[in-house]
Ligand binder design. Structure first.
Ligand SMILES: *Cc1c(COP(=O)(O)O)cnc(C)c1O
Length: 373
């Protein structure tokens, strides 16, 4: 049985008529860059995220970069984040001229460990970027308390967390700003590149709108130096259609996570993801941990099951960040996760028999190599 990692085609086919109508409207209106289709999606996504504003931009990377710029963060400033993230989180800090500082993660949630946060704060620290990894939010109450004590901004990297919740509050609605990616493979994916920033702050929203459009609020009157990070009209229209289905798609992912848990119950050498009490987990990635990852992934592949690694090398050990001088051993939990983590197939349309087949292959593999070794 074939089990793909992700199946964008079956999702497209389930909504193809609506999508094609929406695309035709954009073509007829020739509203290709920004414009009414983007504005409509922004209103819908702000409501979905329990925020006053949403600003459509070019990508998730640019969403974080623009949020940092709009908060006035730049050269000489430090921004704290985690090393076990997609590199874009850290690139955004570097792109605005600031210095990234890492804090290790909690081994249960794989998100920023609030107990280690305060130690990383210096007089230069300006902001904290917790990453809501795999679709589960970081422990926001203690992070916000520390940020408030030290007068720091909090930018949520919610690029994997569209619709995730922390004690009933949606991802992006707790910090000063929340940043989203609409890369095609994310839980809410465009048909191309796109991103968004959400915030309650009127002034911040106005600034990000200017920065995404060359620092202008009136045509050819440039009050600040910005970039071109406008969202495409076609992406706004596609995202507007898909947003209506996002909650039910996220529920589908949660159902599939429950099926994995049921079919893998008692397999002790495979560490399943933990859903913390505070969380609505939206399972962007269903990551398990094993000791002998290579053999484990080979066994899956032999039986037609795709898998992935998110992420094999933590950012502090990437060539691009070698200059920071952080050696192996600097962030032991992030490094352990990078060595052991395997992402199993996860998407709303995944069928129970595919999950059962995957679990059977895993159980056979573990029986052959007990202790996962
Ligand atoms: C996808 C992702 C990004 C970057 O988003 P792009 O749209 O690809 O630029 C940033 N942070 C995290 C955690 C992501 O998963």
């Amino acid at each position: 049985m074939n089990v793909p990692f992700l199946d964008l085609k079956s999702q497209y086919q389930s909504i193809s008529e609506e999508i094609e109508t929406a695309i035709r409207h954009v073509l007829n209106a020739t509203a290709f860059s920004g414009g009414p289709f983007v504005e409509r999606f922004e209103d819908q996504f702000a409501a979905f995220s329990q925020c006053r504003h949403a600003i459509g931009v070019g990508s998730g990377t640019e969403a974080i970069w623009l949020a940092l710029m709009a908060l006035g963060i730049g050269r000489g400033d430090e921004v704290i984040t985690v090393p076990n993230t997609f590199i874009a989180t850290v690139e955004a800090i570097s792109l605005c001229g600031a210095t990234p500082v890492f804090v290790d993660v909690d081994e249960r949630s794989y998100t920023m460990d609030p107990a280690q946060l305060e130690r990383a704060i210096t007089p230069r620290t300006k902001a904290i970027i917790p990453v809501h990894l795999y679709g589960q939010m970081a422990d926001m109450d203690p992070i916000m308390a520390i940020a408030n004590t030290h007068g720091l901004y909090v930018i949520e990297d919610a690029c994997q967390a569209h619709g995730a919740e922390y004690r009933g509050r949606r991802a992006g609605s707790i910090g000063n700003a929340g940043c989203f990616s609409f890369y095609p493979g994310k839980n809410l994916g465009a048909y191309g590149e796109a991103g968004g920033v959400v915030t309650h702050d009127d002034e911040l929203a106005a600034k990000i709108k200017m920065l995404r459009d060359h620092g202008q609020s009136k045509k050819y009157s440039h009050a600040m130096i910005g970039v071109n990070s406008r969202m495409d009209g076609l992406q706004g229209a596609v995202l507007g259609v898909k947003l209506k289905y996002l909650d039910s798609w996220n529920d589908g992912r949660a159902r599939n996570a429950g099926l994995y848990r049921r079919h893998l119950a008692g397999v002790d050498s495979v560490v399943l993801p933990e859903k913390l009490d505070y969380a609505r987990h939206i399972y962007h990635i269903f990551a398990v941990r094993v000791q002998n990852r290579e053999a484990f992934m080979d066994a899956l592949k032999e039986q037609g099951i795709a898998s992935g690694i998110h992420y094999p090398v933590p950012v502090h050990l990437q060539g691009a960040y070698k200059f920071m001088g952080k050696k192996r051993g600097s962030f032991p939990v992030a490094e352990k996760c990078a060595d052991e983590t395997v992402s199993l197939p996860m998407f709303p349309e995944l069928k129970e028999e595919q999950i059962e087949h995957t679990a059977d292959v895993i159980k056979k593999f573990i029986r052959r190599s007990p202790g996962g070794r």
